[in-house]
Design a protein around this ligand. Structure first.
Ligand code: ADP
Ligand code: ZN
Ligand code: ZN
Length: 818
């Protein structure tokens, strides 16, 4: 018997190993095995296929060393999805394996291991396991190669696996926080009291200890109310029964109740107990009914509903129905929109049936969610709220996939491969699992809207807000005019300044959006015009005042703020432009009484940074929130009356075929944060181009018009949604070599795809981290044989790579680039 296995490496092929006779009846597709690859390296590989065909070729086939799992860690539906991703995005199974599984499930020689300081030796450890545990305790973080040496083994992966299962160790990652299984004291009944009579007797005996009796009675009533719960958290029991730990202790001493430490995992499940699902209003109810019908037609459904129309409430209803059917639900949200707010809403509705899967979690937490879903037992998560990588979870009985804010570009993974778009993967996943797919947004991507208009997707639209509150009034404020009449107050037009003042007077809140973090996008010598640039990238350095340094936003390179010009030695250096940091500072001068906070990558880097800001804003500890894209997404506050877009021109002038589509989306989304609950809000959009059609369209809430106007150009210039783009990215440290290679490649591609090739051209940033890069875009017709065309492109890339002088060249494709 032979097994084709996938290694967690970006290598092209599957690899064939012999299955030793004694392992034949344990091996299975989807389980992990230990194999040697290369001279000394061992990996946990995934069994992809079992067969009896010896591989062709003249080499000795190695045997599988050992088996790691008793049961598969991934299922066949997942493998089908992986195959589709490999084919569509032109990547390898190894790359998908690497992206899909938590690190703890793809051990390799370089993996770093640490011990869990809170491990309690409940389970028995074998001699070898214990020796290793103690060794890790002494050494701290150790890589697997050193562990092999310590144990005198070729491979210690199977021991590591056992220790991982017992949660005695964990896999270290860059962002690792220590793995601390949280335990919570739970109260349960002494198992000896197993008949009604015994319980009655016990209660009877307590009649002289009224408080103890009351507590026991309360405990019993709680258990009867929740037949699935035999244990109640101690804290909850004491709070609800208004009892105290002394009384509880007496009952424990009398061996009536008992205390037990239960590991809750690090997934926070402290949520509101009351489960609350709103009734839908008539408009929502109609949309809900229509979506349900459309979902049965085996097409993805696009829900286009204005901001605050109650899309989330409709999702909740749909989820509720799936849970009743015993189905699992995947709820995808863009990275940034994974707000505390949303998980709180889900937990309110579904309690601990809702779990999260997210890149800000460490590997131990991700592993826990993975296993929880894999087991799909009664107490497992039925609904997972996750960022894009959640499409890789091992669902067994998936009924519905919701892709919230489907237009978001953060669904697309840029680097490394697989460069997939989770929204599109979700559509395929729906077919594989025979599950419904619902894409929701207030500002559809042109691709999805086009699909809906052409019948590939079904469409449901909601045009009014919940409670029929009007959409905010959008005012376009002309910066040029204000400058000419000298009425700008710092970066604020008189329109925006007045609205902020008014809002503050009325104790209402304000959100300001500026798409640049840092203090100033660049600094410049006043005498000679010199601008400091990154030495690794072709970009100017951004001035960050709080640590008085200049930072490259592409590679992270930082230098301290120069005191004089390195060109002419002048000391007259000024900051140019406005980043969020500067805006925050100047706002404080303009509105000295106001409490101002900033939300951008710099203030939310810490794990709870984002949550804290949301909390403060929700609780009105902040009057004005300044931020980057982060403030535009999905937030639901009820006291925001004014939203300001500080510079629409930054969005409109960005050189990309999607810039108008994006500008519309961003402005409409951030506007959607205003006046959600009580009364109409106001949005002020500052610009140098007050007559720009996109601004007129956004102000009129005219998505349809914006879409129609731009479709003509998209068609004419062969862009999506009419054509698919395969972007070929080529990098080299030497510009001459890069030019040669890309000219050669483009010429060959032109022969195969005449009139469909653009470039080679430098992208907006031509050099990143010392690598020069050029792009070639190939536009493929939608009806063409897509995978064949891609194959041709890949062949040309391979040809170019293997040509003379091209050994130090990086080249890859990005399918459907965003
Ligand atoms: P969207 O997702 O379309 O932006 P939300 O679902 O966030 O809209 O709804 C906006 C606000 O209105 C939320 O606070 C939500 O709880 C509330 N809301 C929407 N529909 C209802 C309803 N049927 N009953 C009560 N509150 C609702
Ligand atoms: Zn100078
Ligand atoms: Zn740089």
């Amino acid at each position: 018997m032979y097994a084709d296995v996938i290694l967690p490496l970006p290598l092209a092929d599957k690899f064939t190993y012999k299955v030793p006779l004694e392992l034949e009846n344990q091996i299975n597709i989807g389980i992990r095995v230990i194999v040697q690859f290369g001279a000394k390296k061992y990996f946990s590989a995934l069994v992809y296929k079992l067969h009896s065909n010896p591989p062709k070729g003249n080499y000795e086939v190695k045997s599988i060393d050992d088996i790691l799992d008793e049961a598969p860690v991934i299922n066949l539906s997942q493998l089908s999805l992986w195959e589709w991703i490999v084919d569509y995005y032109c990547c390898t199974l190894g790359e998908v394996y690497k992206a899909a599984l938590p690190s703890a499930l793809k051990l390799e020689s370089q993996t770093k291991v640490s011990f869990n300081p809170n491990y309690n030796f409940k389970e028995h450890l074998s001699g070898e396991e214990e020796a290793l545990f103690l060794m890790l305790q002494g050494h701290g973080q150790t890589n697997i190669q050193d562990i092999n040496r310590f144990l005198g083994k070729k491979s210690s992966l199977s021991i590591l696996k056992k220790l991982l299962d017992k949660k005695a160790i964990y896999i270290e990652e860059k962002i690792a926080e220590s793995y601390r299984p949280k335990t919570v004291s739970h109260v349960s009944l002494n198992p000896n009291l197993n008949t009604e009579d015994l319980i009655k007797n016990t209660l009877e005996k307590l009649k002289n200890a009224k408080k103890q009796q009351a507590l026991l009675e309360f405990f019993l009533s709680e258990i009867i109310l929740n037949p699935n719960e035999h244990k109640i958290p101690k804290k909850e029991l004491l709070e609800k029964s208004r009892s105290n730990s002394g009384i509880l202790k007496a009952l424990i001493d009398k061996e009536i109740l008992q205390l037990e430490q239960i590991e809750t995992g690090r997934l926070d499940t402290s949520f509101d107990q009351e489960q609350k699902i709103f009734e839908l209003n008539d408009v929502q109810q109609a949309a809900f009914a229509q979506i349900k019908k459309q979902l049965t037609e085996n097409k993805p459904v696009l829900l286009h509903g204005v901001t605050s129309s109650g899309k989330t409430e409709i999702y909740i209803k749909l989820i509720e129905e799936q849970l009743k059917l015993g189905n699992q639900v995947l709820y995808l949200v863009p990275e940034i929109g994974l707000t505390t707010q949303l998980i709180n809403r889900m937990r309110k509705a579904f309690g601990n049936k809702a779990g999260i899967y997210h890149s800000k979690f460490n590997d131990a937490e991700r592993l826990e969610t993975w296993q929880n879903i894999l087991n799909n037992k009664e107490d497992s998560f039925q609904i997972v709220l996750g960022a894009r990588s959640a499409v890789f979870l091992p669902f067994k009985k998936l009924g519905l996939i919701i892709v919230d804010e489907e237009h978001e570009s953060s669904y697309k993974q840029f680097d490394p491969a697989p460069r997939y778009n989770a929204r599109d993967v979700a559509v395929v996943m729906g077919q594989i699992h025979n599950a419904g797919v619902l894409l929701g947004t207030a500002t559809p991507s042109f691709e999805s809207y086009f699909n809906a208009k052409t019948g590939k997707y079904a469409l449901t639209e909601i045009t009014e807000r919940f409670k029929n509150i009007s959409l905010p009034e959008v005012i376009i404020a002309d910066i040029r005019m204000a400058m000419r009449t000298k009425r700008m107050k710092s970066f604020l037009t008189p329109e925006l300044f007045d609205e902020i003042s008014l809002a503050l007077e009325k104790n209402e809140q304000v959100i300001l959006f500026q798409n640049r973090r840092g203090f100033a996008p660049y600094i410049q010598c006043k005498t000679c015009g010199w601008i400091p640039k990154c030495k690794h990238c072709d970009v100017s350095l951004t001035y960050h005042k709080n640590n008085s340094s200049l930072i490259c936003h592409y590679c992270g390179h930082a230098v301290s703020l120069p005191s004089k010009c390195s060109n002419c030695q002048s000391e007259d250096i000024q900051t140019r432009g406005y980043g969020t940091e500067k805006i925050e500072e100047e706002l404080q001068i303009l509105f000295p009484e106001a409490k101002i906070a900033r939300m951008d990558m710099d203030t939310t880097r810490a794990k709870k940074g984002y949550e804290r800001l949301i909390y403060q804003f929700e609780n009105r500890q902040v009057d004005i929130l300044v931020g980057t894209q982060m403030v535009t997404k999905g937030l639901d506050f009820d006291n925001v009356s004014v939203v300001g877009v500080l510079s629409a021109d930054q969005l409109l002038n960005y050189p990309d075929f999607r810039s108008f589509e994006r500008a519309f989306q961003l402005i409409a989304q951030v506007s959607g944060r205003a006046g959600r609950k009580n009364k109409q809000g106001k949005v002020i959009v500052q610009t140098y181009q007050p007559k720009h059609p996109v601004l007129t369209e956004v102000a009129g809430n005219n998505f349809q018009q914006s879409f129609n106007r731009q479709m003509g150009e998209r068609k004419l210039f062969k862009y999506p949604p009419y054509y698919r783009i395969v972007k070929v990215v080529v990098k080299h440290k030497n510009t001459a070599r890069l030019d040669m290679a890309t000219n050669y490649l483009a010429a060959n591609l032109c022969k195969i795809f005449p009139f469909k090739v653009l470039g080679p051209e430098y992208p907006v940033i031509s050099r990143i981290q010392t690598w020069y890069q050029k792009e070639i875009w190939v536009k493929l017709e939608k009806d063409s044989k897509l995978s064949h065309s891609k194959e041709l492109i890949m062949n040309e890339i391979t040809k170019t790579k293997s040509a003379q002088n091209n050994s130090n060249l990086i080249a890859y494709v990005d399918v459907d680039p965003m």
